[in-house]
Design a protein around this ligand. Structure first.
Ligand code: PSU
Ligand code: MN
Length: 301
């Protein structure tokens, strides 16, 4: 193991004994939700993983140390500092370590650190993708490249419609990343269960998903798999009502000349404000739902 990583003893023991472990990201805590709901949610998500038979491993960078598993104090500190923490993708990791500062790990960097620790299953809310207007801005999340090369399966609620869903699917196809629907033929769009687009495969049990991951691993095929798990029906926000709000948020981002890695957090924050917290409620429920499925998949590996 490299000298920059700290794995909580419980997680280390679980990994040594090949017990199920689920990785969780930290940008969703610092940049995806406001304090204190973010810390509350992170704790509920960890509990959900435990209640479904796996050990949670929340991943973040604190004082330049790659953390696999956070203590309660670290989680509180991290959530309170929120947006002040540097958002870290693949390119940033060595700099955050050398400067001994804190870093919030995105899907891409969480996959990298999970892989270093030997964790194969990772639950989150939504992944990055190809942004609307990417033909001009070239804004394509580094998450997609990471999925092409790092052997971690990501359980998410599909792709948030702040992005161009169609282009994101095309990009993933080119990169050799399969998008699996969990008990659905249709790609879920984060807040809503429907998008009008198809997934590549519809798998119906955690066992079947675990099996497929193991086959891929035995074949030495590099890269991740996306498991798209629709938001529970009771918490779904209708596609057309959220679309209007996304349009507004995108206009504001454009007016304020928000670019690069600031765009996604800006849009998430705007959507939360414009829905008066409705989107936050949905967001929390879908993350919990993903944590549950991830724990079940990990338990079947
Ligand atoms: N999409 C969401 N919620 C999130 C993110 C994306 O619906 O919290 C976060 C994740 O951490 C993801 C990152 O990895 O944003 C992508 O940022 P970017 O688009 O800058 O690559
Ligand atoms: Mn980007």
């Amino acid at each position: 193991m490299n000298t920059y990583i700290d794995i909580l003893p419980e997680i280390k023991t679980a990994l040594l004994n090949k017990l199920p472990v689920v990785a969780l990201e930290s940008t969703i805590i610092s940049h995806g939700m406001p304090y204190p709901k973010n810390v509350e949610t992170a704790k509920l998500v960890e509990k959900m993983v435990r209640d479904n038979g796996a050990i949670p491993a929340t991943i973040a960078i604190i004082n330049g140390r790659l953390k696999v598993g956070l203590s309660e104090d670290e989680l509180e500190y991290f959530g309170k500092k929120g947006m002040e923490i540097t958002k870290v993708s693949r390119r940033d990791i060595p700099f955050i370590i050398s400067q001994k500062i804190d870093g919030a790990t995105t899907v891409a960097s969480t996959m990298i650190i999970a892989n270093m620790a030997g964790i194969q299953i990772f639950a989150t809310g939504g992944i990055g993708g190809v942004h609307r207007g990417a033909e001009k801005s070239m804004d394509i999340s580094a998450d997609l490249q990471e999925l092409a090369k790092t052997n971690v399966t990501v359980i998410c609620a599909g792709i948030k419609s702040i992005l161009d869903l169609g282009l994101t699917l095309e990009y993933l196809e080119t990169q050799g990343v399969a998008v699996v629907g969990y008990q659905t033929e249709e790609l879920p769009a984060f807040f809503s269960r429907k998008s009008g687009l198809k997934v590549d495969y519809n798998l119906t049990t955690p066992k079947e998903i675990a099996n497929t991951i193991q086959i891929k691993s035995k074949l030495n095929l590099q890269g991740g798999i996306i498991i798209a798990n629709p938001i529970p029906l009771d918490y779904e926000v209708e596609f057309s009502s959220i679309e209007k709000i996304i349009q507004k948020a995108l206009l504001e981002a454009d007016k304020n000349n928000i670019k690069g890695k600031d765009i996604t957090p800006f849009l998430l924050d705007k959507i939360e404000k414009l829905t008066k917290g409705e989107s936050l409620k949905a967001n929390i429920q879908l993350v919990l739902n993903n944590a549950k499925l991830a724990a079940k998949i990990a338990s079947n590996m």
